[in-house]
Design a protein around this ligand. Structure first.
Ligand code: SF4
Length: 348
């Protein structure tokens, strides 16, 4: 594998400058410089990616860790990340890789070709593959290659993303991408600046809608609720209403508990009572599946029928303890439950 490959989706500009169109920063990169994510470099007026095949971490873990709850529940997912990021979240929980300085030498990463990544997923007996841990869009060339190969092997594919990819980038990966697990970190540009250091709000919402409606992907949303930063309950209610109206009431919304990291190390762990109140407001707003995350053993981790309240999937942390959906329906009242549950249905 070549150390650096020419990127896709960039424009050549005057004076050997280039514009990268992978994410919505659309960095204008002068000769010899890097983009905001520091994984793309202008050399001689050509834009190169420094991270093709450069893997910072990989393992096989439950799809519930993403979290994806209505997409092959109980399945094992091969999960990979690279280094760098196009956000600078002050409370990033994966800061060791997102803030890693990307070296042209590939130091700190392991070389794994797309072909090898799929072979590993199969060897680990995974039903699918996800690009996660840091932002997968900055790895677009690699993930498109891997996703094509994954589909040829019958594996599902998922992005765990901050949603800042451009429409053109999404167009390129979408034919090979089944699930889009997107963070919606806040519901105003002001909140987005505080939580991610980027004015990404409107772009993220646009990506979520495109993934759902233009590309027919399975979409689930996550909000990591951080005290004093993005926990305004009126703003979160507006977010819930937006998800209901723009993505549909069947869209799962995961409200996860913040644990202190990095520049937010002095912010306390989110009280469970706050998360419970936000979950209640989301359900009252008409969302059918609102989950609590990072609270192992809480009943808010389970899936309930929105009509008769029967428990349909019981979870403990990342484990599925009980699965009680038959042919995509509640066995008690026959309500259709949105999602892709074939991992279980093919077993029964
Ligand atoms: S991926 Fe985004 S942050 Fe990185 S160079 Fe391209 S536009 Fe800039």
């Amino acid at each position: 594998m070549k150390e650096m490959i020419e990127t896709i989706l960039y424009d050549k500009l005057e004076d050997n400058k280039v514009r990268c169109n992978i994410c919505r920063h659309r960095c204008m990169i002068p000769y010899g410089k890097y983009g905001y994510c520091r994984t793309r470099m202008n050399r001689d007026g050509i834009l190169y990616t420094l991270i093709f095949g450069r893997v910072s971490s990989f393992n096989a873990n439950p799809i519930e860790m993403k979290p994806l709850f209505h997409f092959f529940p109980g399945s094992l997912c091969f999960s990979m990340g690279t280094s760098g990021c196009n956000f600078r979240c002050p409370g990033c929980q994966n800061w060791e890789i997102s803030r890693m300085i990307v070296e042209e030498s590939g130091a700190g990463t392991e070389k794994i070709t797309p072909e090898e990544s799929i072979a590993l997923a199969v060897r680990y007996k995974c039903q699918g593959i996800s690009w996660t841990f840091n932002e997968p869009a900055i790895w677009l060339e690699y993930t498109v290659d891997g996703a094509k190969r994954a589909k040829e092997k019958g594996l599902y594919t998922a992005y765990v993303t901050n949603g800042f990819i451009t429409p053109e980038g999404l167009d390129i990966i979408s034919p090979y991408l089944d699930a889009f697990r997107v963070d919606i970190k806040g519901f105003s540009e002001e909140t987005y600046k505080k939580i991610s250091s980027v004015s990404a709000w409107s772009g993220v919402l646009d990506s979520a809608k495109r993934a759902k409606h233009n590309h027919n992907m399975h979409v689930e949303c996550v909000t990591n609720v951080t005290h004093g930063i993005n926990d305004d309950e009126n703003e979160l209610l507006e977010m819930a209403q937006w998800i209901r109206d723009e993505l549909g009431p069947d869209t799962p919304w995961h409200i996860t508990r913040f644990y202190p990291h990095l520049d937010f190390s002095n912010i306390p762990i989110t009280p469970i009572s706050n998360l419970e109140r936000i979950r209640r407001r989301g359900l009252d707003a008409g969302l059918r599946y609102v989950y609590l995350g990072n609270v192992p053993g809480h009943p808010g981790e389970n899936t309930y029928c929105y009509t008769c309240k029967e428990m349909l999937i019981e979870r403990k942390g990342y484990l599925v303890m009980k699965f009680n959906i038959k042919n995509g329906r509640c066995p008690e009242c026959d309500t259709e439950i949105a999602g892709i549950f074939s991992a279980f249905e093919t077993k029964s």
